[in-house]
Structure formats: structure tokens, C-alpha cells
Ligand binder design. Structure first.
Ligand SMILES: *Cc1c(COP(=O)(O)O)cnc(C)c1O
Ligand SMILES: [Zn+2]
Length: 421
């Protein structure tokens, strides 16, 4: 199968590059402004999907291979990423006064977060280029997903994390055999150090903000929402996504847009971006068109979106504008409540993932989302990623002596003792 890739375009100066790259940023605009966007021949994609329809393909994100910047031989069919379930949270929708609320459970990916979409494509691309070592800086999930997929590929990887990363994520990294550098500083500083190290040692750089391949991997989240929407009543009115660096929401929008252009869906949803209160620079940027100057990270339970200096704010703001989008911010209490709410539908979310659900609740409360809407929230990571926060959300078990009468007393009013056998 030949590739449908036509080339890359700099989002700042518009310069076009051929399919051979550069596979990082525009040499004229530099690493901050010269973000590249990957282009495809959509007519060729349409033709390929006609001769080999999506419906007959494996249930992983590799089903969208013609929309990934990989040669056919680099596609890793046995890495089971994507095609995550969409759960109809009907009771929660009713509580919120919403027509429909769908939870796309990205925690069911191989290393338990949405980031597997990006890392799997990144590692496949690194293999294609013959890279020897791969590296990234991450608040946690990009790192664990990279370490997991590098392990699948048998490729060494080096990870830079801020020293505040939750222990379960660190444990995952170390068990996957990554070289883990815990930087005594912020995520921003970890990010800078990683970029310098990639330059110095010639490693493949998995940082999503500057490597256009990663966005293409994340895009499959949007492609999937579009394709799966046929089975849950059509395109949702809103898609809610929590926002840190901004790559995820921008990529999901790109996926949705491509499916619209390809005619798989006949309309597009609006986007709800969700940030943590106190660390909400994208909310500011959407309003003012620039970054705030005085923000610091550290103020939220949602570590995966605790990003004061987002690397991809321009792409995120562009996507939000195109999507007639809105950004809301939620506090820790709202996030913990949303963890419990998702849990009651069998969806175990880490705080940053629950934030999307909290954002939906908040937007409904504020009248931003009307009650007759159908909403899909991307639940971007598993609750297993941050058990300390999960314990905060879940509360305490009932502690009793091993005695049936005491048990009966303790269970009064909990609705579990009425059932007849
Ligand atoms: C990374 C991440 C996000 C945000 O993605 P960005 O690309 O940084 O905006 C949201 N939720 C989880 C669980 C994440 O790991
Ligand atoms: Zn440029």
C-alpha cells in the first residue's frame, strides 16, 4: 500500500515541505512558532476506504492507516491501541438534565491513557527512521505510554518527568524499563532539558508539541468518535476534552474535521475545552489571543493538565475557534465529584480525565450547554494512574467487627439489604 501523505505545512509561515520532512519544526520559524501540520491526499484516502472498507478492519486505531504518516511496513498491527468503548452514562445525564452523556473510556488503552494513541505512532515512526533511542518530557501519561511502546519495540527510552509526578505513573515507567530522570523543577523545565538532550544526543524526540507525528496519533481519537457516532445516535452536539498543552483537543478536532471532509459524518460537534481552575492559560488565550504572563503550575489535583506554559496553545485556540468552542475551568471538588460520577457508570478516571466530565456538568449548570444536547466526554486516563486522588474521591470503606448483626446495622439505609432471594 502506498502512502497517502502529501507533505507538511508550517502553521506560522505556510511554507510547504515534502513527505520526507523535516519531521520536527519549521527551520525558519523555530521550535516555538514553527509547528508543522501533516497533509494527506483525501481523495486517495477515500478511494482506499472504498476498496478496503473501514467496517472490515481490525478494531484498533491502525484501521486509519491511510491517515497516519507511516509507511505500510511501519504500521504495528499487533499493538492494540484505540477503539475504546463509549459508555452511555444515562443516569448521570439525567442527574445533570442532559439528553445524552457519553463517556469514551480512553483508560482502556494498553498503558491506560489516551496518550497511547500518540506514543504508538511515535515509536512506529522512530522505527521507520531507524532511531536508536527515543525520549520525552511529560506530566506522566505521555511518558508511560512511550515507555510501554518503546518496550514493545525493544527500543531504549529516556523520560524526563517533574518530580511531582504521581507514584503510580513513575512505577509504570520504571517497570517498563525506561531511564527515568526526575527533574527537580517544573514540567516546563523538564521539557526544556529534554529538548536540549535530544539535540545533544541525537535521540528521537517524542514531545507532542513539536513533533507533528504525535498529533497524527492523537487525531485517531477524533476519527474514532466520528466513526463510532453512528452507533450512538449520530454526531454529538459537543465533545468535551480536558486541556493541558493543547495537543489533544487540537488533534481530536483534526480527526473530526477529516472525517467530515471524507463524508463519514455530515456535521461537526462543538468543542468544550476543560481546564483546571488556577491553571487555565488556554481559557485566557481564547479570550485574549495571547498567553498570560504570570501563571505557575501547581494548583490542581489534575496533574496531567497542570500545565502553566502550554506548548501548543495556538493549535488549541485555532481548533476551539473553528469549532465554535468554549473553555471552562473546574476546581478540585468538581473533579473529585466527577470521578465518583464516572465511577458509578463503571468508568474509572484519573483527575484530568474526570475534569472533562466536571466541565460538562459546569457548562450545563451555566447554560453554555443546553439540556437538549448530546455530549461526549473524552475520559483521557484511568483512575489507576493516581490512586491517591482516587482514594480522596472514593472515601472510606465501612469498618466493622466480623459480626452479622453489626453488618445489618451498618447497612441500614444503603439500599442493599432489601432484595429477596
Ligand atoms: C495529556 C493529558 C491531557 C491533556 O492533553 P494535552 O495534549 O496536554 O492538552 C488530558 N488528560 C490526560 C489524562 C492526559 O494525560
Ligand atoms: Zn515556518
Amino acid at each position: 500500500m502506498t502512502t497517502t501523505l502529501t507533505g507538511l505545512e508550517c502553521v506560522t509561515c505556510g511554507q510547504r515541505f515534502g513527505p520526507d520532512g523535516p519531521w520536527m519544526t519549521c527551520p525558519d520559524c523555530g521550535p516555538d512558532d514553527g509547528i508543522l501540520d501533516v497533509h494527506y491526499d483525501l481523495d486517495a484516502v477515500r478511494a482506499a476506504w472504498k476498496s478496503a472498507p473501514l467496517s472490515g478492519r481490525p478494531l484498533t486505531h491502525w484501521r486509519y492507516r491511510e491517515l497516519l504518516p507511516l509507511e505500510a511496513s511501519a504500521v504495528q498491527d499487533d499493538w492494540t491501541v484505540g477503539w475504546t468503548p463509549v459508555i452511555d452514562a444515562s443516569r448521570l445525564a439525567k442527574e445533570l438534565g442532559l439528553k445524552q452523556l457519553l463517556l469514551k473510556d480512553e483508560g482502556r488503552n494498553p498503558t491506560a491513557s489516551f496518550k497511547d494513541r500518540a506514543s504508538s505512532v511515535g515509536v512506529a515512526h522512530a522505527l521507520q527512521l531507524g532511531a536508536k533511542t527515543i525520549a520525552c518530557a511529560s506530566t506522566g501519561n505521555a511518558a508511560t505510554s512511550l515507555a510501554g511502546h518503546a518496550a514493545l519495540a525493544g527500543m531504549p527510552c529516556v523520560i524526563f518527568v517533574p518530580h511531582t509526578a504521581p507514584e503510580p505513573k513513575l512505577a509504570q515507567l520504571l517497570v517498563f524499563g525506561a531511564t527515568v530522570i526526575a527533574v527537580q523543577g517544573s514540567y516546563d523545565q523538564a521539557y526544556q532539558l529534554c529538548s536540549q538532550a535530544c539535540e545533544k544526543f541525537g535521540w528521537y524526540n517524542r514531545n507532542c508539541a513539536i513533533n507533528p507525528v504525535l498529533v497524527e496519533g492523537k487525531k485517531t481519537g477524533g476519527l474514532e468518535v466520528a466513526e463510532q457516532s453512528a452507533s450512538f445516535g449520530g454526531v454529538p452536539d459537543w465533545v468535551a476534552v480536558s486541556v493541558g498543552d493543547g495537543c489533544t483537543i487540537a488533534a481530536i478536532w483534526k480527526g473530526l474535521s477529516q472525517m467530515h471532509q471524507l463524508g463519514v459524518i455530515d456535521r461537526l460537534p462543538r468543542l468544550l475545552g476543560v481546564q483546571a481552575k488556577g491553571v487555565a492559560p488556554i481559557a485566557y488565550a481564547l479570550e485574549h489571543g495571547s498567553m498570560p504572563t504570570d501563571l505557575q503550575d501547581g494548583g490542581t489535583v489534575a496533574d496531567s493538565i497542570n500545565v502553566a506554559v502550554p506548548r501548543n496553545w495556538r493549535k488549541a485556540v485555532n481548533a476551539l475557534k473553528e469549532a465554535n468552542g468554549v473553555v471552562v475551568s473546574v476546581d478540585d471538588e468538581q473533579i473529585l465529584e466527577a470521578m465518583r460520577a464516572g465511577g458509578r457508570h463503571g468508568v474509572y478516571a484519573e483527575p484530568a480525565a474526570a475534569a472533562a466530565v466536571a466541565g460538562v456538568a459546569s457548562a450545563v449548570g451555566d447554560g453554555i450547554i443546553s439540556g437538549d444536547s448530546r455530549v461526549l466526554a473524552m475520559v483521557t486516563g484511568s483512575g489507576l494512574k493516581d490512586t491517591r486522588a482516587a482514594i480522596r474521591a472514593g472515601g472510606e470503606p465501612i469498618k466493622i467487627e466480623p459480626n452479622l448483626d453489626t453488618l445489618a446495622t451498618a447497612l441500614k439505609g444503603r439500599g442493599v439489604t432489601d432484595g429477596a432471594r
